[in-house]
Design a protein around this ligand. Structure first.
Ligand SMILES: Cc1cc2nc3c(=O)[nH]c(=O)nc-3n(C[C@H](O)[C@H](O)[C@H](O)COP(=O)(O)OP(=O)(O)OC[C@H]3O[C@@H](n4cnc5c(N)ncnc54)[C@H](O)[C@@H]3O)c2cc1C
Length: 468
């Protein structure tokens, strides 16, 4: 081991890299980690965490409106963007410090600069220093795709910039149809912006269950988000106090900001991977096997840079598995079944397992249980949005293959459903679980009729007042 400066050099201080570094150090390895921007990575600095704080901020708007039906009068409610951004920044700085402190405590040495791969066992730092390592872990994540090439595309912002806008965008055009586009569309609309989502296709959220894809558009439209389907942005022109967005059908939209949310790409460019011969896949992601090994025996990769399932808990688990496998004498694989995901739009989506379409494509015969109801809270708030729930069941063995939800608390519910699905729960297991009443979640254990529109017995389901 002494022939190398360190046992492990981690490039990238995000979710996957930090976990791998800490666990490897815990197994006794000498570890160094390089981060070129801010410790914590995308999730903490400009992803999940600040986004969810903004989502909370936006949801107060509905809460204030809904409160009236419950007897409250909320007068003089005003939103201040600068306060939200400043408070969010304070929390992110605190978290960044906590990440660094945890690494310090674990004995990991932090290098605050860019690092590139120089050889199978060598890393070059931005200041020119070379560090040799027995193993190199690449955990450089991804970045917003800026791959559009039209006049004025440089005037568009991405999720990186939106967290730091000095002025709240009263009008914003968002190009994209993935979860980031929809989350920002919802939260900015909630905070009072006029939001237009532009998408060249005719549906959002590719890969989600078709019922979810159909319903989310109506629900978001009810919350004031406008959609322009079948068009793309042809150009952006900066005018005196606004941006003119020319669509490819000749129409103009006017906005304060234009957000390009057309996906993310793995951070592999300029990393020195070609000099060592690390294989990339067709999407430019690092190709790895089930143990996160690249084709070079001393180089591993985890997280978004490998483009497997681009989510924080997945990156963390991949980093942990890598460290246990290589330094802990305890090899294990990450399993990618039943990964629960939420889209923190308004309303929220929660989904886990196979969509109906995926399950059918596997040739399975299915029972589909679904319901669509007005939640109890809406009876007094007057809000028109509905809750949708769908359970995909394999006819062959009654196993629950997928759960797909739209409505308040869907993300929280689907996390619990994922546990049940991981232990192989059947629809009968769901049915014999006592309902928690009154709640929306009880619908998951009271869905009886296939393709039901609602529980037929109102007294069994006060939360889900029968669909009208
Ligand atoms: C707006 C947004 C919202 C999101 N919301 C969610 C969510 O709600 N839930 C969820 O699970 N996931 C969410 N994600 C995805 C999540 O952030 C990523 O899946 C996760 O951060 C991946 O972790 P990682 O370790 O692979 O990479 P990252 O967290 O991206 O970390 C990579 C780090 O490497 C650094 N780096 C890159 N190159 C170098 C180099 N050469 N030298 C040194 N350092 C380098 C980068 O600066 C970065 O800090 C969101 C992402 C975005 C953008």
């Amino acid at each position: 081991m002494d022939q190398f400066d360190v046992d492990l050099f981690v490039i990238g201080g995000g979710s996957g890299g930090v976990r791998a570094a800490r666990i490897a150090a815990g197994h006794g390895a000498k570890v160094r980690i390089a981060e070129e921007y801010r410790m914590g990575g995308t999730c903490v600095i400009r992803g999940c965490v600040p986004k969810k704080l903004f989502v909370y901020a936006a949801r107060f708007a509905h809460e204030f409106e809904d409160a009236a039906g419950f007897g409250w009068s909320v007068e003089g409610a005003r939103f201040d963007w600068a306060t939200l951004v400043a408070n969010k920044d304070k929390e992110i700085t605190r978290l960044e410090g906590a990440y660094s402190a945890n690494l310090d405590r674990s004995g990991v040495e932090i290098v605050r600069q860019r690092a590139t791969v120089e050889g199978p066992h060598a890393v070059r730092l931005a200041d020119g220093t070379e560090v040799t390592a027995r193993f190199i872990l690449i955990a450089t994540g991804g970045r917003p795709n800026r791959g559009l090439d039209f006049p004025g595309c440089e005037l568009g912002i991405t999720s990186n910039e939106i967290f730091h806008l000095e002025r709240f965008p009263e009008r914003i055009v968002i190009q994209g149809a993935g979860y980031i586009a929809l989350e920002f569309a919802s939260l900015l609309a909630g905070l009072g912006a006029k939001v237009t989502v532009v998408h060249r296709g005719d549906k959002l959220l590719r890969g989600f269950d078709e019922d979810i894809r159909d319903r989310i558009v109506d629900e978001m439209a009810q919350n004031g988000v406008e959609f322009e389907f079948g068009v793309t942005i042809e150009s952006i022109h900066a005018e005196a106090s606004e941006k003119r967005v020319r669509l490819n059908d000749g129409r103009d939209l006017f906005a304060d900001e234009v957000m390009l949310a057309i996906g993310r790409v793995p951070n592999t460019i300029g990393l020195g991977l070609d000099t060592v011969g690390v294989h990339l896949d067709e999407a430019g992601a690092i190709a790895v096997d089930g143990l996160s090994r690249t084709n070079i025996p001393s180089i591993y990769a985890v997280g978004d840079v490998t483009n497997r399932a681009n989510l924080t808990p997945v990156a963390i688990r991949e980093g942990h598995a890598f460290a246990d496998t290589v330094f802990g004498k305890h090899p294990w694989h990450v399993t990618y079944d039943n990964i629960p995901t939420a889209v923190f739009a308004e309303p929220e989506i929660g989904t886990v397992g196979l969509s109906e379409q995926e399950a059918r494509a596997q040739g399975r015969r299915l029972d589909i249980y679904q319901t669509d109801f007005r939640p109890l809270k809406a009876t007094l708030s007057g809000r028109t949005s509905r809750v949708f729930m769908k359970i995909v069941v394999d006819q062959a063995d009654d196993r629950v293959l997928g759960v797909h939800l739209i409505g308040e608390g869907s993300g929280e519910m689907v996390q619990m459903a994922a546990i049940a699905m991981n232990v192989g729960a059947t629809k009968t297991d769901f049915d014999r679980t006592m309902a928690l009443h009154p709640s929306s979640a009880e619908e998951l254990v009271t869905l009886r009729a296939k393709h039901a529109t609602s529980d037929p017995l109102p007294e069994a389901s006060a939360e889900a007042t029968p669909a009208l």
